[in-house]
Design a protein around this ligand. Structure first.
Ligand code: SAH
Ligand code: DHB
Ligand code: MG
Length: 208
């Protein structure tokens, strides 16, 4: 973490004991250490408030760390649907989100997002947060455009992908997909987009 990130994170995104315990338990349980950073959690909350988010779709639950940040920015009747392919991750998240007191607001669906997304067709979300596998990102973007209401937001973690998007010599499938996602976010006339160079890059697009 650089000193600007430390300053901003320390001031705007201090973790309370519940967020801290979730992250530490996730490490102990052997979950991969790839949850969003606290400043990314705060950025998600800011975007949620800006678009008046009541219904959120997340792709990639892991241990529920990002879902907890987002649940805390929901109104009382708000709701998050989050998709997770690894049952062990979903079970960990279920337990910790219940323990954090936001369990009733977060529905976890277990399965590959590519298989789960069609069941959501026709529903309307205020924000879609993409944070799962990178290879299908262009497909996830198409789904997000179907599912987000006009004026809603599409957000994606890892938009800079450890810097690999900058290096034309890197041509693995995940990197190509992140690059293509960013290009569409920048050029699709339906989207007003930007990548904020927070942490590993946070892509934000406002739809319609
Ligand atoms: N949003 C989480 C981090 C997600 S890490 C947080 O910040 O706390 C990425 C997660 O996506 C992992 O748990 C992984 O199992 C899951 N995942 C990967 N590919 C997936 C897919 N195709 N469908 C659903 N989940 C997937
Ligand atoms: C990785 C990191 C992430 O934040 C993510 O959402 C998916 C994968 C990774 O480093 O492999
Ligand atoms: Mg991520």
């Amino acid at each position: 973490m650089d000193r600007f990130e430390s300053y901003v994170g320390g001031l705007f995104a201090p973790e309370d004991p519940v967020l801290l315990a979730l992250r530490e338990d996730a490490d102990r349980a052997g979950l991969p250490p790839i949850a969003i950073s606290p400043d990314t959690g705060r950025l998600l909350q800011v975007i949620m408030r800006a678009v008046g988010a009541r219904r959120v779709l997340e792709v990639g639950t892991l241990g529920g760390y990002s879902a907890l940040w987002m649940a805390r920015a929901l109104p009382a009747d708000g709701r998050i649907v989050t998709l997770e392919s690894a049952p062990a991750h979903a079970e960990f998240a279920r337990r910790h989100l219940d323990g954090a007191g936001v369990g009733a607001q977060v529905e976890i669906r277990i399965g590959n997002a590519i298989q789960l997304l069609p069941a959501l067709d026709g529903e309307r979300f205020d924000l879609v947060f993409l944070d799962a596998d990178k290879e299908p990102l262009p497909t996830y973007l198409e789904w997000a455009l179907r599912l987000v209401r006009p004026g809603g937001a599409i957000v994606a973690d890892n938009a800079l992908w450890g810097g690999r998007v900058l290096d034309d010599r890197v041509t693995d499938e995940a990197t190509l997909a992140v690059r293509e996602f960013n290009r569409r976010l920048a050029t699709d006339p339906r989207i007003t987009g930007i990548v904020v160079p927070t942490h590993d890059g946070v892509a934000i697009g406002i739809v319609g």
